[in-house]
Design a protein around this ligand. Structure first.
Ligand code: 13P
Length: 293
């Protein structure tokens, strides 16, 4: 898979006004649920692993190789429209491990650093990744939070006072770094909170206008369906979801293990995989990605 292959997928999403769903996995069962959802819906898909998710096997390196092998198997049955992406990798070293293992797409998240360091590290990754024909997502305006339940915190309180992406700085960032896609902070945060997420639509439109870049919305869980759709109309091309799948998977697994006298893994894991499939199917329908392959 090459930069030009991924570029064509993003261009198709932009032209036909849908978003590519990006879903996280740390086990082959979750990946199977994602694959089944995307496959049933005939939707192009991105599957992604953070540094922690990728390290779940033996270590980061072996985990990266496992992720590549698993996705190579599934994508053959999905007309290759399944991209493996390194999500929120925070160092050059970690990006190099993912690329060496065969990831075609990476996210260098240097958004917690000051602007100058974010530019420097992102550009260093772009120079290296592009030499290996690997797609790079950068992040400007830090998307905070973790992909977990934070039900005791109101989302509006959590994001209050956090800096959103500045459109003009974003234009400079895209030009200086040469990234292929840009993740932005527009009122979003990772995880599920009390209340639904509220996106800053004017800012999405302004960043799109200033940068003309492919834009990525992180922290997709707990966003109203109509908000996703409005965000896509205004220029969002990829939407990341993790927590809603984690909740679906864990809830179903707890239920199976407590209600069944079942020792066979492929039996007690079946419902959990099903619940992931349902989340993915719902999201890709809402994103308008159904039937796009
Ligand atoms: P959520 O956990 O809020 O769905 O966010 C996931 C994400 O953005 C992964 O990069």
């Amino acid at each position: 898979m090459s930069i030009s292959f991924i570029h064509k997928m993003f261009l198709d999403a932009q032209k036909r006004r849908y978003a590519i769903g990006a879903f996280n996995f740390s086990t082959s069962e979750i990946l199977k649920g994602i694959f089944l959802g995307a496959h049933n819906m005939k939707a192009p898909i991105i599957v992604e692993a953070s540094e922690g998710e990728q390290s779940f096997l033996l270590d980061e390196k072996v985990g990266a190789e496992e992720a590549v092998a698993l996705v190579n198997t599934f994508k053959k049955y999905h007309k290759n429209k399944m991209i493996l992406h390194a999500d929120h990798h925070k160092s050059f070293e970690s990006i190099k491990i993912a690329i060496a293992a065969g990831y075609p797409s990476v996210h260098i998240d240097a958004s917690e650093y000051d602007y100058e360091k974010n530019v420097r590290l992102t550009k260093q990754v772009v120079n290296y990744a592009h030499r290996h024909d690997v797609w790079v997502e950068g992040e400007l305006g830090h998307v905070a939070g973790t992909s977990a339940l934070h039900r005791e915190i109101r989302i509006q309180d959590f994001v209050k006072g956090m800096a959103e992406t500045d459109p003009y700085q974003a234009r400079e960032f895209v030009e200086k770094t040469g990234i292929n896609a840009l993740a932005i902070m527009v009122g979003n945060a990772h995880g599920l909170y009390k209340g639904m997420k509220q996106l800053d639509f004017d800012r999405i439109a302004a960043v799109k206008k200033a940068t003309k870049a492919f834009l990525v919305l992180h922290g997709g869980s707990g966003t109203p369906d109509a908000s996703y759709q409005k965000a896509i109309k205004l220029g969002i091309n990829k939407i990341n979801v993790n927590t809603e799948m984690r909740v679906a998977f864990a809830t179903a697994l707890h239920k199976s293990l407590h209600s069944m006298q079942e020792l066979t893994p492929y039996k007690y894991l079946a419902n959990a995989i099903e619940e992931v499939r349902k989340v993915v199917e719902h999201k890709v329908i809402v994103y308008g990605a159904r039937g796009k392959i």
